[in-house]
Design a binder for this molecule. Structure first.
Ligand SMILES: C[S@@+](CC[C@H](N)C(=O)[O-])C[C@H]1O[C@@H](n2cnc3c(N)ncnc32)[C@H](O)[C@@H]1O
Length: 199
């Protein structure tokens, strides 16, 4: 998919896509830099779009690793499916279904999550559910890496993971923040904004 087509898909589905431009190579490089590719065997990507970050992840991934890339829009998922790589599993479904697909593909704990889902534009309840689901299946120490264009959603990751590091990437349109959290330990009292326990 070229940038003009991505722009058109962005306009058609603005709340879902959250931007009109795909991530720059500087942003992609920054996002993958927090993954320990020597050890990572199961990587999950959320909101893969037309695959710009997906390709960066695959370039660094070990030959025996697997990448589960979620993309909810059919038009974007169709483009992702053109990437010929046996390590890539494209899931044309919402990231909420993570647990079901991990089971289906017989994948165990996750070594890293890289997400570009525009949680700022989505209901809080859905954001907490998806990020909480990721944490449930992540290994202790695994990074959760999220791109945003503002820090409005930072609280979601603080509530779920505790500490969140923020990295600024100016060479992107628009300039972006990469938020990195790690699964430290099991938090027993985990609540969504309306006070319901997450799990
Ligand atoms: C900002 S775009 C990112 C595209 C690409 N990864 C990039 O960095 O340029 C966000 C993508 O997340 C997808 N998305 C939104 N909600 C989703 C969900 N619940 N599950 C999976 N993908 C979702 C959108 O369709 C869109 O393609």
């Amino acid at each position: 998919m070229n940038s003009i087509r991505f722009f058109k898909e962005g306009i058609k589905n603005l709340r879902t896509v959250g931007t009109l431009t795909r991530s720059s190579k500087y942003l992609c490089r920054n996002m993958v830099s927090y993954v320990d590719f020597d050890k990572a065997k199961v990587i999950v990507e959320l909101g893969a779009g037309d695959g710009v970050i997906t390709r960066h992840i695959l370039t660094h991934m070990a030959p025996d690793a697997k990448l589960l890339s979620f993309e909810v829009l059919d038009s974007m998922a169709a483009v992702l499916r053109h990437i010929e790589d046996d390590r890539l599993i494209v899931i044309n479904d919402s990231a909420e279904q993570l647990g079901m697909y991990l089971k289906q593909y017989d994948l165990e704990a996750i070594d890293a999550v890289i997400s570009a889902i525009p949680f700022v534009a989505l209901p809080d309840e859905l954001a907490y559910r998806i990020v909480g689901e990721c944490k449930k299946y992540m290994k202790i120490g695994a990074p959760y890496i999220q791109v945003h264009y503002s820090l409005l959603a930072k609280k979601i990751y603080e509530d779920i993971f505790g500490d969140v590091k923020v990295h600024f990437v100016p060479l992107n349109v628009p300039p972006a923040f990469v938020l990195v959290a790690r699964k430290q330990y099991e938090v027993l009292n985990q609540f969504s904004p309306n006070g319901e326990a997450l799990h």
